[in-house]
Write a protein that binds this ligand. Structure first.
Ligand SMILES: Cc1cc2nc3c(=O)[nH]c(=O)nc-3n(C[C@H](O)[C@H](O)[C@H](O)COP(=O)(O)O)c2cc1C
Length: 341
């Protein structure tokens, strides 16, 4: 079932190693400011962009969507689309822009995405996904990976998931992130589709038994670094974390280099906050707004003394005209006071 028929391009080894822990692609959340923050917290975890659609890049010329900070590596570009030639061109553009990996979204159930035949609906057409991936692999010098669900609607995941992985890996994809629940394309909002369909981690893990040579990451509902370690011990090659990494980035990323990758120091969120000040300054100097950066920092001290005040100062004041990066230092005082108390 898992026979690989096409020549496989090897990805950069460092990138699949980084996929031991990744922060999931999240629209409107994992933009470049968010990724810069996450990179300060962990020098090793793999970071994903928000999804960028192939039509926006190829037909819309929206190449600004490809820009990122050099510090973000290793960083993967997630693409949405279902036209092999267009995806191939988008993958070529992504690789030329310097991304370390190109990922195809086969998991997102939002209406907007469905209307263009993107995302989770493609679980129904593994042949087309395989064709898209083959074209992307041909066009891209960097590794092409897939993020998928275990099925959609009334599909039987026990049947659909192994068949999907077999066909797509036969096209040359060696690394998958499996969001271990179905998407229901009718009747649930995208948000409900991240919580309501039950998780089936065991099915995802059985894929590792069926396809031992593939690199498989588990995604969905993972809430701590302890849980991530447990999944790795069970046999997954990687763990992908979305919402908790966004809302509590320190909890997931500050100890990740040492605990998940076995090298490096834990990061200190106070130092990370301070290191965001020159970044925010550069962003403002280039015409951006402070709040575009600080909105991703609200969860930096989640669960720690002073966190509520930190959030309040940033969320209430960062939008005000003329406010600069010194607001970060001001907000930090509640954390430092609480630490000193
Ligand atoms: C705000 C938000 C936006 C998302 N956007 C994307 C996306 O662009 N592409 C994608 O593949 N998944 C997207 N997802 C799904 C996440 O990547 C992830 O699969 C999902 O949240 C489950 O993981 P978690 O339980 O760790 O959050 C999004 C999730 C959230 C919360």
């Amino acid at each position: 079932m898992a026979a690989q028929v096409s020549p496989v391009k090897q990805g950069k080894p460092g990138v699949s190693r980084a996929a031991r822990l990744s922060v999931a692609p999240m629209m409107d959340w994992t933009d470049r400011h968010c990724r810069y923050l996450h990179r300060l917290l962990s020098s090793r975890a793999l970071l994903y962009t928000e999804m960028v659609t192939a039509p926006a890049l190829v037909r819309g010329g929206a190449t600004h969507l490809l820009s990122f900070n050099a510090e973000e590596h290793p960083v993967a570009l997630q693409l949405g689309g279902s036209d092999p030639a267009e995806l191939a061109e988008a993958a070529r553009m992504g690789a030329a822009a310097g991304y370390d990996e190109i990922n195809l979204n086969v998991g997102c159930p939002s209406d907007r995405v469905q209307s263009g035949t993107f995302g989770a609906v493609l679980m129904k057409d593994p042949g087309l996904v395989a064709e898209c991936c083959a074209a992307m692999i041909e066009a891209s010098p960097v590794e092409v990976t897939v993020k998928c669900r275990i099925g959609v609607d009334d599909q039987d995941p026990e049947v659909v998931l192994p068949e999907f992985i077999a066909r797509v890996s036969a096209a040359g994809v060696q690394r998958f992130a499996i969001h271990a629940r179905k998407a229901w394309l009718q009747g649930l909002s995208p948000k409900q589709n991240r919580d309501v369909p039950p998780l089936d981690y065991n099915l995802a893990l059985r894929m590792k038994g069926l396809f031992p040579a593939l690199h498989l990451s588990v995604n969905g509902g993972i809430g701590s670094l302890d849980e991530a370690e447990a999944f790795l011990e069970q046999g997954f090659d990687g763990v992908m974390i979305g919402r908790v990494a966004y809302h509590s980035p320190t909890e997931i990323l500050a100890q990740a280099d040492r605990r998940i990758f076995g090298a490096g120091e834990d990061s200190d969120p106070v130092q990370v906050a301070l290191a965001m000040m020159p970044y925010a300054e550069r962003h403002i100097a280039s015409g951006g707004k402070l709040a575009q950066v600080t909105r991703h920092m609200l969860g930096l001290f989640t669960g720690r003394p002073g966190a509520r005040n930190w959030r309040r100062v940033l969320s209430e004041q960062a939008h005000r005209p003329g406010v600069g990066p010194e607001l970060i230092e001001e907000a930090l005082s509640s954390i430092l006071d609480a630490q000193a108390a």
